[in-house]
Write a new protein. Structure first.
Length: 226
């Protein structure tokens, strides 16, 4: 029996067992994010204090090759952005309107492509960096939660080679279950058309298990939080 026949035999065998209808046994229970509870046992434990969660988020970012910096003021954010622009030679950046992004782009020293009112995708591709806000930061995994309503749409966080995320300390959430609860509380029943978790810069290891950054999106991710 060759591989094709084995696969088809397994499919035929699986089809003999009827699948349970959704809701036949009542609603699925909510998995508590406690150590040893369901899938949560495979994820890192989350600290209880803000300091512990910030440290865990920072450690996750370092492991993922993302840059996380905790700032003390908007002035420090401006100084860091100026340093990035100088080091990488930003000639143009892209962003969307919002309290954090408007303040960050003011005085940046280079033209800004605002994507809110429509844009030329080729112009966006020519931008050296994108500055966006976010919905939340996830301490457990070092992920950034973004939606079409918080981060200016999908392309803004994908096309430019450097994605800079702006966040506030109060946006730090402990874990993924808390993030999903927050999404329901914030948006249900009218959810955004685009919801994504960004966990480090874009990467692939498909070829000989060699890690390559920037394969399908930004090769650099910077998170500035204050």
């Amino acid at each position: 029996m060759n591989s094709r026949e084995i696969i088809l035999a397994r499919v035929r065998e699986a089809l003999r067992v009827p699948a349970a209808k959704p809701g036949a046994h009542g609603p699925s229970p909510v998995v508590a994010s406690e150590p040893g509870a369901g899938p949560a046992r495979w994820l890192p434990a989350v600290g209880h204090s803000e300091e512990e969660r910030l440290r865990q988020f920072s450690e996750c970012c370092a492991a993922l090759r993302a840059e996380f910096q905790l700032m003390n003021s908007p002035e420090e954010v401006h100084a860091r952005l100026a340093a990035l622009r100088e080091a990488e030679g930003w000639r143009r950046v892209a962003s969307h309107r919002g309290a954090l992004t408007d303040a960050a782009c003011a005085g940046l020293g280079c033209p800004v492509l605002w994507t809110d009112a429509g844009y030329d995708k080729h112009e966006l591709e020519r931008c050296d960096a994108a500055l966006t806000a976010c919905d939340a930061l996830i301490a457990q995994t070092g992920s950034v939660l973004v939606t079409s309503r918080s981060a200016g749409g999908r392309a803004l966080s994908v096309l430019p080679p450097h994605h800079v995320v702006l966040a506030r300390r109060e946006q730090l959430l402990p874990d993924l279950p808390a993030a999903f609860v927050w999404l329901r509380q914030r948006y249900a029943p009218d959810f955004p058309s685009f919801i994504s978790l960004i966990t480090g810069p874009s990467r692939t290891g498909d070829i000989e298990r060699i890690l390559v950054l920037g394969a399908h999106g930004p090769r650099r991710l910077t998170i500035l939080c204050w």
